[in-house]
Design a protein around this ligand. Structure first.
Ligand SMILES: [Ca+2]
Length: 337
């Protein structure tokens, strides 16, 4: 045993414990330091990216939505908001506001793009829809010839003084074309809901749990302001109400916002948990009538308590990709710069 080389390293138990403790502490210290340094670098990088994102041509200002996990859906909403399921979302950038008329005009100016609602419908369009037009609400919904993004509520309306109002009467493909031009994309449905919640998890509204904090609705939704009974209001300048905790304005109300995903009422039953992107194809999205629709989120100035408070962050809307309406617009996202 005298010659056992290991015996040279034998230490009294107390000393050995102390050495182990010191080694553990040292390892913990090194790992923590590395983690803090790495996080500081990440925050610095994200701030730089957010700065770079500001004032992009035709894009509007974006904010960084940090990666995280949240519970998507609601138990007390419409059946398509169920079941609740955990979703992990990667960090991404999101437009602070809905895309405005001025921003959309820049896109049209630069590209000569003609929106779907401005194009003559194909031969065989149903009666009353043979002229270019779109959906307008006044007491009830109607297809109005001549309604398009330049004339949001019909041929007699225009955009004078509405430069900072959200663009409306844009179909899904119009929104996607704008996003592509701006170097962006439409947000996924999961990204949209995660961003709308602003880090307040499990709350029914983007501003928190109370339906009417301080006795009023802090968003451009039906019933938010005193109006005559026959006044259905309209869009407002973007950012007229306080933004959510991420700095995003009008995630409740003003206009519905197109998302990238195809819609399926039962999608949550089989949704993946890591950055889900909706049904994989148009085919998979077809409902019992063979119709495939896209998702829109956030409610509009027409959304009220009576129709399920569609401005809740979990509420889902489906719309055909070629549907254009006076209360439907969009905002863009971007993965990185
Ligand atoms: Ca909105």
């Amino acid at each position: 045993m005298e010659n056992d080389p290991a015996s040279a390293f034998k230490l009294p138990p107390a000393t050995r414990s102390a050495v182990i403790l010191i080694v553990f502490f040292f390892a913990w210290f090194v790992l923590t330091t590395l983690w803090v340094l790495n996080d500081a670098r990440r925050i610095k990088r994200e701030k730089e990216q957010a700065r770079a994102a500001s004032g992009q041509a035709g894009g509007g200002e974006m904010v960084w939505i940090p990666p995280g996990k949240f519970t998507m859906g609601a138990n007390d909403g419409a059946p398509d908001e169920q079941p609740l399921h955990d979703v992990r979302v990667r960090g991404f950038f999101m437009d602070k506001t809905e895309v405005t008329n001025a921003q959309f005009a820049q896109f049209v100016e630069a590209t000569g793009y003609v929106t779907v609602a401005e194009r003559k419908p194909a031969a065989g369009a149903p009666p009353g829809r043979q002229e270019a037009g779109a959906m307008v609400f006044w007491i009830h919904w109607a297809y109005i010839a001549g309604a398009n993004w330049r004339h949001p509520t019909g041929p007699d309306s225009d955009l004078a003084g509405r430069e900072k109002f959200p663009v409306v009467q844009v179909c899904w493909e119009d929104a996607a074309a704008y996003a592509n031009w701006a170097g962006k994309r439409l947000p996924t449905e999961a990204e949209w809901e995660y961003a709308a919640r602003g880090g307040i998890m499990h709350a029914a509204y983007v501003w928190g749990s109370e339906s009417r904090p301080g006795g009023r609705l802090p968003a451009n939704v039906f019933g938010a302001t005193e109006r005559a009974a026959d006044d259905y209001g309209g869009t407002m300048q973007v950012g007229s109400f306080p933004p959510n905790n991420y700095g995003l304005a009008d995630m409740a109300g003003n206009v519905w916002e197109w998302c990238a995903d195809w819609y399926r009422a039962d999608f949550y039953k089989k949704s993946g948990h890591d950055n889900p992107t909706g049904p994989a194809s148009e085919e998979e999205a077809r409902d019992e009538n063979g119709i495939a629709q896209r998702v829109a989120r956030g409610g509009s100035f027409l959304s009220g308590v009576d129709n399920g408070a569609d401005y809740r962050p979990s509420a889902r809307k489906k719309a055909a990709p070629d549907y254009a309406a006076c209360d439907l617009g969009f905002r863009c996202a971007r993965s990185k710069f």
